[in-house]
Design a protein around this ligand. Sequence first.
Ligand code: NAD
Length: 502
Amino acid sequence: MDTRTKNYLQQFGVSEATQHFLSRPRKLFIGGAWQDASDGASADVIEPSSEGVLGRIPMGTADDLDHAVQAARAQFDGGPWRQLKPLERERLLHRLADLIEANADELAEIESIDMGKSVTQARAVDIQGTIDTFRYFAGWASKIHGRTVEPSLPGNYLAYTRKEPVGVVGVIVPWNFPLQTMAWKLGAALAVGCTVVVKPAELTSLSALRFAELVQEAGIPGGVVNIVTGRGSVVGAAMASHPGIDKLSFTGSTPVGCSVGKAAMDQMKRLTLELGGKSPVIVLADADLKAAAQAVANGVFFNSGQVCDAGTRAYVHRSVYAEFLRELADYTATLKIAPGLDPDCFISPMVSREQQQRVLAYIEAGKAEGAELFYGGEPVEGPGFFVQPTIFANCRNDMRIVQEEIFGPVLVTAPFDDEEEVLALANDSPFGLAAALYSNDLGRVHSLIPRLRAGSVYVNAHSTIDPSMPFGGYKQSGYGKDLGAEQLEYLLETKAVWITLP
Ligand code: NAD
């Protein structure tokens, strides 16, 4: 760790548990054992608030991925995991949730210094969401069942279906909610009896490695959960085309999702893709403007806009557009821009210099395309990869800043005159992850909900996410669902059994 980062951790009094974690060497977790990358390669982890080096993580190889798949395969095909009674799996998942809860503050600090995010938000959202997800799916372990059927075929048969775990699940996750997105995939997979190989994002692998220690401590057998850190183009690509993986569950950008999806389909792997978004927000004239402005700002600037279902396009009724923009600016000015470990931080740095530059380039593109810069858009003094929360006004739908996913704290807005017009604007996007409506007119709200092409619709709120509700996109935002009872279907095969009776 370099001095800048050491000073930063000291300034905010990072816990002894986190310091101890950082002092341990990082290794891959394969078959219940810790090992270096097969070629010994590793890479620096950059802390986004101080811009210093936090430590190193192993850069796994295709060979490492193969060993992890073999370990997961052996455990699934003949290991004790498959023999466990459902209530025993349920008990282990609750034990894991208890351990995550007991170490929640440490995990929140790790997530904050690895990704840059607000430690307060990490504790309340990422870590709490992880605990809730394991608890919710633990309960499903003992509630998976098929059905008996009465066939009309001549003859006498006992006909029934069995639900069986799909097998070894390959999990690839992004850097914006590292632990939580992994939990979304592992909770359901482990509950139904699958084994998993995880490839965290190369920018944010630390919480997955701490999680692996807790998996061990919970007494989950070796090989059930395997973690191979490394590059997407190496470990991720090897996972997508590995014949030992039965199902690929990917969260990340649409272009990469498309490429891993094609590789997976070459082997008929089962597939879930949770991809990008450019979610519209519609503010009707009757909305409570102050409350709506606050919710819209939170819905786009949370995690500094690095959120897949962030409400990044706001269409506001022309009669209240000017007032709404004023409320939005007043509220946005109260959001504290600060290092992630500052307990009052709301706007944290971007995950990396590259992401910061990408977002700043979009802001320049917006200005060049003629969008009116209404708020922010100025550089923020470092250290830290910060971008000011930024609001554009009077945007046109054909602008790049309206069509493309920026993945930073940038909101584009435009006025509208009638509902047909705003529906066309909202649906004019290749993405379809989420949408939000602000209004208290129930009739209008209910008539708009079915016409929005989005996997989630939030009314007078944004990103209300719970493990009991499915999450996943329409159009180019995804394929399949995570969370809710719906997710289980993507992790189970259905076997039809016919028994001829005398
Ligand atoms: P990304 O697509 O660049 O990377 C995601 C993961 O894929 C990483 O682990 C990366 O290493 C891996 N990867 C990269 N190239 C690969 C390849 N050729 N083969 C296999 N794996 C490869 O995305 P990102 O920049 O990490 O995350 C941001 C994106 O994730 C945004 O588009 C965001 O909308 C999306 N996202 C979607 C959801 C959702 O639930 N729909 C949730 C969070 C993030």
